[in-house]
Design a protein around this ligand. Structure first.
Ligand SMILES: Cc1cc2nc3c(=O)[nH]c(=O)nc-3n(C[C@H](O)[C@H](O)[C@H](O)COP(=O)(O)OP(=O)(O)OC[C@H]3O[C@@H](n4cnc5c(N)ncnc54)[C@H](O)[C@@H]3O)c2cc1C
Length: 465
């Protein structure tokens, strides 16, 4: 068994890459796992693979800004394990699988930087073929240069507008954008505007996206209060309710988006303490100022720690690595604090936009909690809102009881897609807060593996020996 790494990092997005660069700078040995073959994470997906000019016009300067970090990461001397999915974690050990096989890697400290996921959008018809998420449309564009013709974008949040604008730049303007952000959000967000001006670049980028759609002649329907997707075996059209009336259009391809939430499966399965974040409508881990979790050997950085965007992800990864360097004795407390001070200042400036953005794009209840009993909530096990309502009526206290009755959260996605929807639906049906309702009690493995793979990796005792 080879010697343990000083640090293992799960996720090679901005947070994981920055953590690795900092750890290496302080002389720590470092291994990084990512399901994707190349570093970059969600925002900088495939950034090291494209020639500089290839899609610059389409993906924009924010995307290519990631190349400098990715190259610094590639030069850092970290061991990159691309195409490698981590399925289990415990103190000192990481269990993983790649196309070539599986194994266990030992590490003294671990950084989880597994990022965010798009929130489910459980309206009638959301599971029909022809429906994808806006993030999935963007993954096709970034990794394969593929775009859909005549796409209809529906939902709320900056990513929806970014992908719609990228489609315009790619010469495939969306047919329609159906914006579900509640009108009242704008008034609620206004008190946060003065602070948001500290990060004014984000505001001008956002306005720029809206201008691009306008210049491309894209129709945008705002203030939409309800959405229904039509079709039997595939999407045939979409209906929306706004301004007191229903409208509809034929459509065969839809891109849905209702914001993003931290990817909590790993930290939840480790029993790290989490809290319900009301403004972002999601769970997030409880961390100290350096990102250290309630498991003292685990730091959490980037969007997994709470949604804050790529720049903050990078800064939080740096802070986590500095603290690990201090924890392992590579640097002293004074050196750590000195190095962290400009990082913290940049983090404060960058996060100044968050209260404004989070209030402006807080999703409406109508798109978080399904309206009708026939709407699917857990798509792996095909559990509907009506079935959830029935078990709540029979006294199910939270997601774990619902899981026992209905198997919701027990399919291949292991609750990643339905977890937040189940919490919010049970909360709405019972009148108790999401914090009281709680979340699934998750266990390793956090990703689907075969029994043979579990049996084939050594037990912890053998590793210690
Ligand atoms: C689909 C999608 C698209 C987005 N696009 C943009 C965009 O264009 N612009 C923008 O500003 N923001 C975008 N975001 C927001 C984005 O998440 C953050 O701004 C930023 O990428 C967060 O960085 P991070 O390092 O925390 O996580 P990420 O960049 O998400 O990186 C996390 C990495 O962890 C890996 N990972 C997760 N679980 C495991 C596991 N079990 N084993 C191994 N590897 C694992 C993932 O493959 C991923 O590469 C997007 C978010 C999503 C969900």
């Amino acid at each position: 068994m080879s010697a343990p790494f000083d640090v293992a990092i799960i996720g090679a997005g901005p947070a994981g890459m920055a953590a690795a660069v900092t750890a290496r700078k302080h002389g720590l040995s470092c291994v990084v796992f990512d399901e994707a073959r190349k570093p970059g994470g969600q925002i900088y997906r495939a950034v090291t693979e494209r020639p500089e000019q290839d899609r610059r016009e389409i993906l924009g300067p924010d995307y290519y800004a990631g190349r400098e970090l990715a190259e610094a990461y590639q030069r850092s001397g970290s061991e990159h394990r691309g195409g490698t999915m981590v399925w289990s974690l415990a103190e000192g050990e990481i269990r993983w699988r790649s196309r070539e096989g599986g194994g266990v890697t030992l590490a003294r400290r671990i950084v989880a930087a597994t990022g965010a996921m798009e929130r489910s959008f459980p309206v009638r018809g959301w599971t029909l073929p022809g429906v994808m998420t806006a993030g999935a449309a963007q993954i096709l564009l970034k990794s394969a240069g593929l775009v859909e013709d005549d796409l209809v974008f529906i939902g709320c949040g900056p990513l929806l507008y970014l992908v719609a604008a990228q489609y315009c730049r790619a010469g495939r303007p969306p047919r329609l954008v159906v914006d579900t952000a509640p009108r009242k959000n704008l008034m609620a967000a206004l008190p946060h505007l003065p602070r948001a001006l500290l990060a004014a670049a984000y505001l001008s980028k956002g306005l720029g996206l809206i201008r691009e759609l306008w210049a491309a002649g894209v129709r945008v329907e705002r203030g939409v209060e309800q959405v229904e997707i039509e079709g039997e075996d595939a999407v045939r059209g979409v209906k929306w309710f706004s301004g007191g009336r229903w409208q509809r259009t034929d459509a065969s391809r839809l891109a849905l988006h209702q914001g993003i939430v931290p990817n909590v499966n790993l930290a939840m399965a480790l029993r790290c303490r989490h809290v319900w974040e009301e403004r972002q409508r999601c769970w997030r881990p409880v961390l100290d100022d350096w990102g250290r979790s309630s498991q003292p050997w685990l730091w959490i950085a980037g969007d997994e720690a709470g949604i804050a965007g790529a720049a903050s992800a990078r800064l939080s990864g740096t802070l986590a690595a500095l603290d690990i360097a201090r924890d392992l004795g590579a640097i002293g407390e004074t050196e750590r604090d000195k190095a962290s001070s400009p990082v913290r200042a940049a983090l404060r400036r960058d996060r100044a936009i968050r209260p404004f953005l989070e209030t402006l794009y807080r999703p409406a209840d109508a798109f978080i909690v399904p309206h009708a009993d026939d709407v699917v909530v857990c798509r792996c096990e095909e559990v509907t809102r009506g079935e959830i309502a029935q078990v709540v009526k029979e006294g199910a206290a939270g997601p774990n009881q619902a899981k026992g009755f209905l198997r919701c959260g027990m399919g291949p996605c292991q609750g990643r897609l339905c977890g937040h929807t189940i919490t919010e639906t049970m909360s709405a049906l019972s009148g108790r807060s999401p914090a009281e309702i709680g979340y699934f009690r998750l266990r390793m493995p956090i990703k689907p593996v075969t029994v043979g793979e579990i049996a084939g990796t050594p037990a912890p005792d053998a590793l210690q020996a």
